[in-house]
Design a protein around this ligand. Structure first.
Ligand code: GDP
Ligand code: IMO
Ligand code: MG
Length: 432
């Protein structure tokens, strides 16, 4: 059986959730490996919409095991709310499908408050974070005083001591630097204990669980969150998230060797979007940008913010293919392009009068890059009911073929609407 990593190739919201839900039909196990509830992954199944933030997008399929790896940061309140909501919606006891890494770090009230306080202090220069405490939680992890899910299983006095040490630091910052109210140790400790009672049975040593799955030949799907250009190392730093969003991190987070991965799939939205601040060379601040936002429903799943919209950027995509070692791509939201007379694609950047084909590391350079655009003829037909590749309009097929040729990897599927069923699957990585 195959093991597949699926990641976002752009600035997030490429449609990863939909594709993970679809591919889970052939997988036994789905693993979230980084990020936290900054993610918003939307599934539409038989017309019903589900928005997931923390639990892997394979959860709607009964019997599939959903794992939260060590590289994820977990807000217990959000996790418990999500478990409750999914139980109400599906009628199933979701917790029995979950395995939570004892090594995953916790997002506490103080992390959320620090995230928001720092953004306020940055003013105009803000990153535009989701305000969910993601950055501060990873800071605590790297500073080596973070609390982990496994700590919930420790003797109460030990957990209390560790929490008190961390909150002492955080409250100093909140009160003395940001002039804010401190966070209550008593209240946070109570929340942790309540969560521990509910989650205890799901907290495990994930590398051993994964080894068991690998030994018994179960098919594993790794679900990326955010996108390649939001990666902490290779993204548009500092306008990035605080985790490694790349395919390579799937193995590190789950605790498996890299040789177990059979295929790496990148999700490419047929145009580009970005939420929050930071350079975006292909951005359209005009009617076409508004049209893409309206037709594509480009408003954040997590924060409701309008997403910035632009054309497809081949410079950025080639960079993503290189960073992740992509074998193929899933093309989403092709239906949103229907009705456009011309579809533009950025082939290269113009920087200081020179044509460049690389993605600059410096945001000062990237901000100065102008896109060199090529035009493709559009199509008028509504394609949301097309389920066979050959039935797509000729110009849509030509657009896909041009992308495959310019990117050097094949489109393994084409998504023509938000519903699970609105998909043209051309190659199934699990059937290889
Ligand atoms: P993710 O974060 O990568 O999982 O993506 P989001 O769920 O945040 O955003 C993608 C949005 O596009 C969601 O509202 C999906 O329901 C929707 N979507 C996914 N694929 C398609 C598609 O092919 N066509 C259309 N029109 N919408 C899609
Ligand atoms: P999914 O998984 C789009 C962006 C935020 C901000 C930056 C840092 O749904 O694709 P953070 O809260 O992570 O510190 O914010 O990253 N961001 C996302 N943008 N989709 C996401 O997730 C995102 N997660 C974070 O908007 O610019
Ligand atoms: Mg999203």
């Amino acid at each position: 059986m195959a093991n597949v990593v699926l990641i976002g190739t752009q600035w997030g919201d490429e449609g990863k959730g939909k594709i993970v839900d679809l591919l889970t039909e052939w997988a036994n196990v789905v693993v979230r490996f980084q990020g936290g509830n900054n993610a918003g992954h939307t599934l539409v199944i038989e017309g019903r919409r589900y928005a997931l933030h923390l639990i892997p997008s394979g959860i709607m399929r009964p019997g599939k095991v959903c794992v939260i790896g060590s590289g994820v940061v977990v807000d217990l309140k959000i996790l418990l709310d999500e478990i409750r909501l999914l139980k109400e919606e599906s009628g199933r006891e979701i917790i029995s499908q979950l395995i939570l890494s004892d090594e995953a770090h916790l997002i506490l009230e103080s992390h959320r408050r620090l995230d928001q306080a720092r953004e306020r202090q940055r003013g105009e220069a803000k990153i535009g974070t989701t305000g969910r405490g993601i950055g501060p939680a990873y800071e605590s992890k790297m500073a080596r005083w973070g609390l982990r899910l496994g700590d919930l299983l420790a003797p109460e006095a030990e957990l209390h001591q560790r929490l008190a040490t961390l909150l002492e630091q955080h409250n100093l910052l909140l009160e003395k630097i940001y002039r804010e109210e401190p966070v209550s140790l008593v209240a946070v400790f109570r929340e942790l204990k309540e969560a521990a009672a509910l989650l205890k049975p799901a907290i495990r040593k994930v590398p051993y669980e994964m080894a068991r799955c690998l030994d018994s030949g179960e098919a594993i799907l790794f679900e990326g969150a955010q996108g390649t250009l939001l990666d902490i190392d290779h993204g548009t730093y500092p306008f990035v998230t605080s985790s490694s969003t790349l395919a390579a991190n799937a193995c590190a987070s789950a605790g498996i060797g890299v040789r177990h991965i059979d295929e790496v799939v990148g999700v490419i939205k047929a145009y580009t979007t970005r939420v929050g601040s930071g350079p975006f060379p292909v951005e359209l601040e005009d009617e076409t940008g508004d049209q893409l936002r309206d037709k594509g429903g480009e408003f954040g799943t997590t924060t409701g913010r309008p997403r910035r919209c632009g054309w497809l950027d081949l410079v950025a995509l080639r960079y993503a293919i290189m960073l992740n070692g992509l074998d193929s791509f899933a093309l989403t939201k092709l239906d949103v392009l229907s009705g456009l007379k011309k579809i533009k694609v950025c082939e290269a950047y113009r920087l200081n009068g020179r044509i460049i084909d690389y993605f600059p590391s410096s945001i000062t350079e990237l901000e100065r890059c102008e896109p060199v655009l090529t035009e493709y003829p559009g199509w008028d037909e509504d394609i949301t009911a097309v389920l066979e590749y050959d039935r797509l309009p000729e110009n849509a097929r030509a657009y896909i073929a041009a992308l495959e040729q310019k990117l050097g990897i094949p489109a393994m599927l084409v998504s023509v609407g938000p519903d699970r069923a609105q998909t043209i699957l051309r190659h199934n990585p699990f059937a290889a």
